[in-house]
Write a protein that binds this ligand. Structure first.
Ligand SMILES: [Zn+2]
Length: 170
């Protein structure tokens, strides 16, 4: 892992930004570079990934149906759109992070997003809906319910590493 400290932060202009670069070798996918930056002054964080090899645009679909599926590895680039039907769509964009995780990690992130929208929501119907989504996610995390995860990536930098995952052209 390579690390550079004392870089200038784009957000607060202080020289407290740390840049990290890590190389991972992921079976059935190949070598991936993970870049991240973090500012200790203002809390700014950003990460993304880039495979060493060129990849084709892709769509992966995974049915999460057991506790074992929670360990399935997911590579999500900043260019990926993640769709969990009836629950959430996470769009790509300049603020989107890229990372290597697993199904459990992704669902925990989704929970965090829903939790924070719920906390800022005034409308009680919307609050209730968010609460039900969190319940559903908890049940999936315990292996009691199923859900579908779809990842679409124009750059092809994302993947769901499992024989259970269906890969198709985008
Ligand atoms: Zn900063």
């Amino acid at each position: 892992m390579a690390e550079l400290t004392g870089e200038t932060c784009n957000l607060c202009n202080k020289k407290t930004l740390t840049l990290r670069e890590e190389e991972l070798d992921i079976p059935l996918f190949g070598k991936v570079y993970v870049f991240s930056m973090e500012c200790s002054s203002c809390g700014y964080r950003k990460s993304d990934i880039e495979p060493a090899e060129k990849k084709e645009p892709c769509r992966y679909t995974l049915e999460v149906s057991s506790e074992a599926d929670l360990n399935i590895r997911i590579i999500k680039s900043g260019e990926a759109t993640v769709k969990i039907p009836h629950i959430i769509t996470i769009e790509s964009g300049p603020a989107a992070n890229g990372y290597v995780t697993n199904v459990e990690g992704l669902l925990q992130q989704v929970k965090g997003v829903i939790q924070s929208t719920m906390d800022s929501e005034e409308d009680s119907a919307a609050k209730k809906k968010a609460k039900n989504l969190l319940k559903k996610l908890d049940a999936v995390l315990l292996g009691r319910e199923t859900l579908k995860i779809i990842i679409e990536d124009e750059t092809g930098h994302s993947a769901i590493i499992s024989e259970k995952a269906q890969r198709s052209k985008l």
